[in-house]
Design a protein around this ligand. Sequence first.
Ligand code: ADP
Length: 267
Amino acid sequence: TMRMDGVPMNQGGSYQGMLFLLQEVTEIRRLERMRSEFVANVSHELKTPVAAVKGFAETLLGGGVKDEKTANSFLQIIYDENERLNRLIGDILELSKIESKRVQLDCSPIHLESFFQSLLETLSKVAEKKSISLSMDVPEELFIEADEDKLRQIFLNLLSNAINYTHDGGSVRVTAASRVKTDGDETVVFSVSDTGMGIPRKDLPRIFERFYRVDKARSRSSGGTGLGLSIVKHLTELHHGTISVDSDLGIGSTFTLELPLLQEEES
Ligand code: ADP
């Protein structure tokens, strides 16, 4: 019998064993590649704002900037870049916490109408600035069992994106409805739709990946980290739910989320 990796194999099973081993090696290599890509991305994303802060601070400290207006605009850049850095660090820590499975759900019944009312209120200022109308269609009596903080994070991300990637004067709408699946499982189907710029078909399969952006410049200038949707997907899966996206370029996007009505006890 062949021995590989110190593990004895069954007589006649060595071929299959080898196949498993190969698959495992391929999987380990894939994870390793993803990890090093992530580290490279993180370094790049962190270095950009740090370099900007350093450069503008040095210029100001050098005393070369005489007029107050220019000096103030440099200070504003330093402030904004530092804010972005702050968001990035927060998102990276959040993501690594979720991915290392150190996150536990703290579920309770949530009244969805009040939940979305308060969420839309939080976002009303940002929407007003762009004259975007925010609306909701949520049945009065609908409850879901979920982790409220995480549900809030999911919809804050989706709604902020919808506002961000929609032109002035557009509209953003969130809906929720209960559903009984063919197998009898009860779920709640949510949608967040906008009349925004849309996402090119070829980018759709990739937008939930970490740091993936359709338009880097636009995401940066709006303060995006490129991690929001990746966090949303993880939090959805943590609730045993699914998320999908449908989009027409120049017309708008719809993100659809389906979450179980009740969370089963972890065994
Ligand atoms: P970001 O911080 O860049 O917004 P996300 O992970 O939240 O990162 O989103 C990834 C990318 O998906 C965005 O950069 C943007 O290109 C695209 N995207 C997300 N939501 C929308 C939307 N509602 N409309 C158009 N594009 C979107």
